[in-house]
Design a protein around this ligand. Structure first.
Ligand code: FPP
Ligand code: MG
Length: 341
């Protein structure tokens, strides 16, 4: 067996062992399962042309390859087709939620491309998001697994509930670690976990492996959301494609701010005041808030929280046999940590 050395800063190295599957996936994503209409083809092309990291379908395919039975032929066409379908529906749901999210957030650009609602209209964007959910439902039916239908039904509910929770908590100092982690699970980790768990279910893995991969996806997904929230404070706005501090400016309290607020000292009171009075909406107020986070441990504490979830995800992989695919699942954890190191 050839073990691929993954460079922790490079996601393409992590996805290298499944590069052929990823190429098949790319074709699958733009195929129009619903309506033979050239405008819909154009819209699908627009949302998938921009690419994105494809980390969710990549994890599905890695979990599939890492848990294939040794006596099964891993290039078996039917078996592979099911996992490509699972990977595709996972990316379809993610993309649909982003098309809707950009309408809610009034975002003009996503992945360096003009958003659908900006280029066409909000009505088209809402309907395209719905159409992508419809494509995902067709894929889901092809798996012929009521268990996986239930898992993904729950994910759709989590995505909506996470978004509603976040809206209700804007500028609220009632956010605590438990509600923050729960929201991060709903918005991000639920879909990660569903993909990893379902890949193991399709491979008829043992209950233990299914459970550990579900936990791996959950821990990695929470880690992913926390790194995203940290980059919102520390990241380079040119690289991120959005302004630094955007979450705080919108009154969204994430890990770096929570870490300062929980000190309950003078800097915590100052930060609470800036949020409470919505001073974070102004450039000076936001700069002061970001400065408090940088100076009073918000960044370091958040890095430590990322490492905690990363370490739990690493432990979850112990039940998986050694392979280049397992190395890549491990490499995905390192990749996230490297983003915020
Ligand atoms: C990005 O959040 C958005 C999500 C993780 C999911 C949003 C979910 C919905 C809009 C509900 C989807 C609807 C159904 C029917 C499932 P963000 O705004 O924090 O991240 P960003 O900076 O990438 O926009
Ligand atoms: Mg958004």
């Amino acid at each position: 067996m050839v073990v691929v050395q993954t460079n922790s800063s490079d996601l393409s190295a992590v996805l290298e062992p499944i590069s052929q599957d990823m190429a098949v996936l790319t074709q699958r994503l733009s195929s129009n399962l619903i309506d033979d209409n050239p405008f819909i083809d154009e819209l699908l092309d627009q949302v998938f042309r921009a690419g994105g990291k494809r980390i969710r379908p990549g994890l599905v395919l890695l979990c599939h390859r890492a848990t294939c039975k040794e006596d099964s032929n891993s290039t078996d066409a039917v078996e592979q087709q099911l996992h490509i379908t699972l990977a595709a529906l996972t990316e379809l749901i993610h993309t649909a939620s982003l098309v809707h999210d950009d309408v809610i957030d009034r975002a003009d650009v996503r992945r360096g491309q003009t958003t659908v609602h900006t280029q066409w209209s909000e009505k088209i964007a809402v309907l395209l998001g719905d159409l992508l959910f419809a494509q995902a439902s067709v894929c889901l039916s092809q798996l012929e697994s009521p268990q996986i239908v239930g898992i993904y039904g729950r994910v759709l509910g989590d995505l909506c509930a996470g978004e509603i929770r976040q809206m209700r908590q804007q500028y609220s100092l009632d956010v605590n670690w438990e509600s923050y982690i729960h929201k991060s699970y709903c918005k991000t980790a639920s879909l990660f976990s569903a993909g990893c768990r379902s890949a193991a279910i399709l491979n008829n893995c043992s209950a233990e492996i299914i459970q550990q991969l579900a936990e791996y996806g959950k821990n990695l997904g929470i880690c992913f959301q926390i790194t995203d929230d940290l980059l919102d404070v520390t990241g380079n706005s040119d690289v991120l494609g959005k302004k630094t501090g955007g979450d705080l400016a919108q009154g969204i309290i994430t890990a770096p701010a929570l870490a300062v607020l929980e000190r309950k000292d003078e800097p915590a009171n100052k930060l609470a005041h800036l949020i409470n009075t919505r001073a974070v909406n102004s450039t000076e107020g936001l700069e002061e808030a970001l400065d408090l986070i940088q100076r009073y441990g918000g960044v370091e504490d958040t890095r430590a929280l990322c490492r905690k979830y990363a370490s739990q995800a690493k432990d979850n992989l112990k039940v998986i046999p050694n392979s280049s695919y397992r190395d890549s699942l491990d490499g995905a954890i390192e990749y996230l940590l490297h983003r915020v190191s």
